[in-house]
Design a protein around this ligand. Sequence first.
Ligand SMILES: NC(=O)c1ccc[n+]([C@@H]2O[C@H](COP(=O)([O-])OP(=O)(O)OC[C@H]3O[C@@H](n4cnc5c(N)ncnc54)[C@H](OP(=O)(O)O)[C@@H]3O)[C@@H](O)[C@H]2O)c1
Length: 217
Amino acid sequence: MKIAILGGTGEQGPGLALRWALAGEEVIIGSRQQEKGERVATELNQELGKDLLRGTDNVTAAAAADVVFITVPYSAHVKTIESVKDQLKGKIFVDVSVPLDPDNARRVVMPEAGSATEEAKQILGDEVQVVCALQNISAHLLRDVNAQIDCDVLVCGDKDARPRVIELVEKLGIRTVDVGPLAAASLIEPITALLIRLNIRNKVHSAGIRITGLSES
Ligand SMILES: NC(=O)c1ccc[n+]([C@@H]2O[C@H](COP(=O)([O-])OP(=O)(O)OC[C@H]3O[C@@H](n4cnc5c(N)ncnc54)[C@H](OP(=O)(O)O)[C@@H]3O)[C@@H](O)[C@H]2O)c1
């Protein structure tokens, strides 16, 4: 499956792109500006020592991919999704966005839809399978591709797409927990604000969560 990361030029996108590229996945980094997407892909390829990543504009990236992740600030969430709506038909869309309070990232301001991911579903409709994932893992941890990741990623969303996204997240070297249908996104997204609060209090960058007690093995 070809992966696109819309807004993959910022904090969260590059770590995801590098880890998937190292796991053998084809990744396209999207940007509002084609040149910026290309430049960030070139920089990351230099780090990899191989030309594994490609960069372009968000619309071209979405059109070329089978699974499209979005990593943009919540303020750009709706307009970015609307800009690629036609390109997403028949595909899987994975929302990584968190509706943080712009005045205080230790809090969230949840949209009327319930969560950013449910808002995405309202915009995209039944022609796109929508999944919520990767909100509760820090960019800092993802970016250090040699770091072992010992926190969990909670995943919820449309039934047929969920196992495919879980498989991709596990290729990053991360354990996943399947939380069920999309409605759980309103519980998953706010955890990020809690983790930001803990990062600030403890002067660290990579607070995460680990779910226990789900299996006897
Ligand atoms: N950083 C983390 O540790 C982390 C962890 C979990 C979840 N998240 C969530 O992931 C999302 C991305 O976080 P981030 O830290 O990667 O964000 P970021 O670095 O601030 O921005 C990511 C990219 O979004 C695009 N963008 C920025 N402002 C925009 C605007 N006004 N309109 C359209 N596009 C814009 C930019 O790409 P172009 O200029 O190339 O278009 C930018 O490089 C957020 O919703 C955040 O809450 C972040």
